[in-house]
Design a protein around this ligand. Structure first.
Ligand code: MN
Length: 277
């Protein structure tokens, strides 16, 4: 028997800024939704005004979780203190497991035009918080595109759909990360691991129907547990669907450090100040 997921909560992105003044919409990690285990933060950045993004995200640390950047438009250059460099262009994904710690920067490589994408923070289980940092830099051509139903086009970044497997591998929370494009009149049911936390976020078009309810652009739906969720659209729309295994562990969070206890946060700050990242 299948159990359809339904919407348990709706959240609108909150306008804020981060880094050196990059304007963005914070959808997860704000008062209306502080986290959705294992997801700690979801930002959408979208602007064609250079002043909203040009200063970027100069060098900053991370420890204890993963950052996932999905570029829809524009170009960012990533660099860290271990010598890793990467160019993130339209349609590319970077899944960074910060683990025990890195210092990195994420800087726009354009002085005009549209910059659009997402950053998601995914928590690591206690056992993996201090692993060596790892990068999965995924160019657009490595992301399978499938058509699970008429008028439905899905880029499979992580997880499996219609015989395609997303390129992201070896992640503790067994994530599903899909960019779902719906043509007018399209509909389909998506199977999901029953116990995974999941959300849907409409990021293009006026609205989409998720789990039988209309969801406006820039609105996120938290989904109940269950093994499938329905999507439909009367006009073209795009929806980000993300799911992951909840960790159900204590969360101690201070800016770019996400650990299990306050003592581990103090240790992270001390290690950062001592140059141990
Ligand atoms: Mn960062």
């Amino acid at each position: 028997m299948t159990t359809q997921r339904h919407i348990t909560r709706r959240v609108r992105g909150m306008d804020t800024s981060d880094g050196a003044g990059v304007k963005l919409k914070r959808v997860i990690g704000q008062p209306a939704l502080d986290m959705l285990d294992p997801f700690l933060l979801l930002d959408e950045f979208r602007s064609d005004q250079a002043g909203d993004y040009i200063e970027g995200f100069p060098e900053h640390p991370h420890r204890g979780f993963e950052t996932v950047t999905y570029m829809l438009a524009g170009r960012m250059q990533h660099g860290d203190n271990h010598g890793n460099r990467g160019d993130l262009g339209p349609g590319s994904v970077q899944w960074m497991t910060a683990g025990r710690g890195i210092l990195h920067s994420e800087m726009p490589q354009q002085e005009e035009g549209l910059m659009w994408g997402f950053q998601l923070w995914v928590n690591l289980p206690a056992a993996d918080k201090m692993v060596e940092p790892r990068y999965q830099d995924i160019p657009p051509a490595s992301i399978p595109v499938v058509h699970p139903a008429e008028g439905v086009t899905v880029r499979v970044v992580a997880g499996e759909l219609a015989g395609a497997k997303g390129p992201v591998s070896g992640i503790s929370t067994e994530p599903v990360y899909l960019d779902i494009a719906l043509d007018a009149g399209a509909h389909f049911d998506l199977a999901l691991p029953e116990g995974h936390s999941a959300f849907a976020y409409v990021f293009d078009g006026e609205s989409a129907t998720v789990a039988g309810e209309s969801l406006a652009r820039s609105e996120l739906a938290v989904l109940s547990k269950g093994d499938s969720v329905s999507f439909a659209a009367t006009q073209p729309a795009r929806v980000l669907l993300v799911a992951g295994r909840p960790l159900a562990e204590p969360v101690a969070r201070y800016g770019p450090f996400v650990m299990n206890t306050p003592a581990q946060i103090h240790e992270a700050i001390a290690d950062f100040r001592a140059g141990k990242f």
